[in-house]
Design a protein around this ligand. Structure first.
Ligand SMILES: NC(=O)c1ccc[n+]([C@@H]2O[C@H](COP(=O)([O-])OP(=O)(O)OC[C@H]3O[C@@H](n4cnc5c(N)ncnc54)[C@H](OP(=O)(O)O)[C@@H]3O)[C@@H](O)[C@H]2O)c1
Length: 351
């Protein structure tokens, strides 16, 4: 039986809290387009199936993929909620019959498959993690999308090791801040790029050994100078085609280029593969959202074992740039698209 006494069995299905309502406020996207398409709406509270739980959302994160979904460029995978939102923190108020690992009332932070901009959100239980020690809902909700992505790409795919060097593009993006902090925490030397001097100063504050304002300096030439011509072991890139040649040029022998987005396009004109072969490089990339529950759950377990103790100790925390009420999701998207933020933009959903 669940620990929470204010709970009742839901026939042969799962367990739910007595207080669970039937209707909720969520952010609807009225067609694809500019941020103004995002409007509060009322709809049914979803029901968790099998190994899913229903989370009463206290806070949700705003991420660049949300902008792509709003614009109609990143449709949710089949069976995922059409509501935007890839990460939430809150408390479990209902669970499916197979979601026995969690109790009603548990405080979780969760990588969702969608549905985060809402008062209630269904999430597969393996994608839930406890709040790190001392965290509130906003800080907890700022973790999943970036920490899952950075772990899977920088450490698993990119095989970043203690003592190696890494170049992180977009150093002040939500992803970039997490990447700098975790790479540094796990013993790598970090170089980062960013578009203003103020952002570069922030990268240094987060743990980068050098930050390159790419609008003023050729990052590949600067990496060559910083590494005495050796290059870095890993490049984490979200810019894409126009960076391809310089990314490869920045890699040391045996280096790995990991692609997680193509903000300036996926195509590289006249790309020369010679260095990939002669310097034994690896070019890899991945997306998080289409992965199945088992794969996301395995990443969650790796994070719990390797990263959560660091967060519990007060290190490598996410950086919160600004928090908006849920109803102001459109304003949150406008800020994200302005590119002036440093760190995460969050939605406060409930107290
Ligand atoms: N593959 C995956 O699984 C995965 C998962 C999550 C996110 N992502 C991707 O990772 C990237 C970062 O996500 P996020 O939520 O952390 O983003 P974010 O906070 O909005 O940051 C994006 C940053 O990238 C820089 N940038 C460079 N070129 C840009 C351009 N053409 N347009 C806009 N920004 C540009 C900007 O900083 P400067 O001012 O320094 O240029 C901007 O602050 C996004 O592209 C996102 O789609 C991938």
């Amino acid at each position: 039986m669940p620990a929470n006494p204010a709970a009742r069995s839901n026939a042969a299905e799962g367990i739910r809290a007595v207080s669970r309502p039937e209707r909720m406020t969520f952010i609807a996207a009225e067609g694809a387009g500019e941020p103004d398409v995002l409007k509060p709406a009322i709809g049914p509270v979803p029901t968790p199936k099998q190994d899913e739980v229903l989370v009463r959302v206290l806070a949700a994160g705003v991420n660049r993929p949300d902008v792509m979904q709003r614009k109609g460029l990143y449709p949710p995978p089949p069976n995922a909620s059409p509501i935007i939102g890839l990460e939430v923190a809150g408390e479990v108020v209902e669970r499916g019959p197979a979601a026995t690992r969690l109790d009603l009332g548990d405080r979780v932070t969760a990588l969702t498959n969608g549905g985060g901009y809402a008062e209630y959100c269904v999430v597969p239980a393996p994608q839930c993690l406890r709040w790190p020690r001392g965290y509130d809902a906003v800080r907890a909700a700022a973790l999943p999308e970036t920490y899952f992505t950075v772990w899977a790409n920088l450490f698993q795919l990119g095989r970043l090791e203690r003592g190696e060097t890494v170049l992180i593009h977009g150093g002040t993006s939500g992803i970039g801040v997490a990447a700098i902090r975790l790479a540094r925490e796990f013993g790598a030397t970090v170089y980062a790029t960013a578009g203003t001097d103020a952002k570069c100063a922030a990268c240094l504050e987060f743990g980068a050994s050098a930050a390159i304002n790419y609008r003023e300096t050729d990052f590949a030439a600067e990496v060559e100078r910083l590494t005495g011509g050796r290059g870095v072991d890993v490049v984490l890139d979200m810019v894409g085609g126009p960076y391809a040649e310089r990314n490869v040029r920045s890699l040391a022998f045996g280096g790995r280029l990991v692609l997680i987005a193509f903000m300036q396009g996926a195509k590289a004109e006249n790309f020369d593969f010679t260095k990939v072969m002669t310097r034994r490089l690896t070019i890899a990339g991945s997306t998080m959202r289409p992965r199945g529950t088992a794969e996301k759950g395995a990443i969650a377990q790796a994070l719990l074992a390797r990263v959560w103790p660091v967060l519990d100790a007060g290190r490598a925390a996410p950086v919160i740039h600004r928090v908006f009420p849920l109803a102001e999701a459109a304003a949150a998207h406008r800020l994200l698209e302005s590119g002036t933020h440093i760190g995460k933009i969050m939605l406060k959903v409930s107290d």
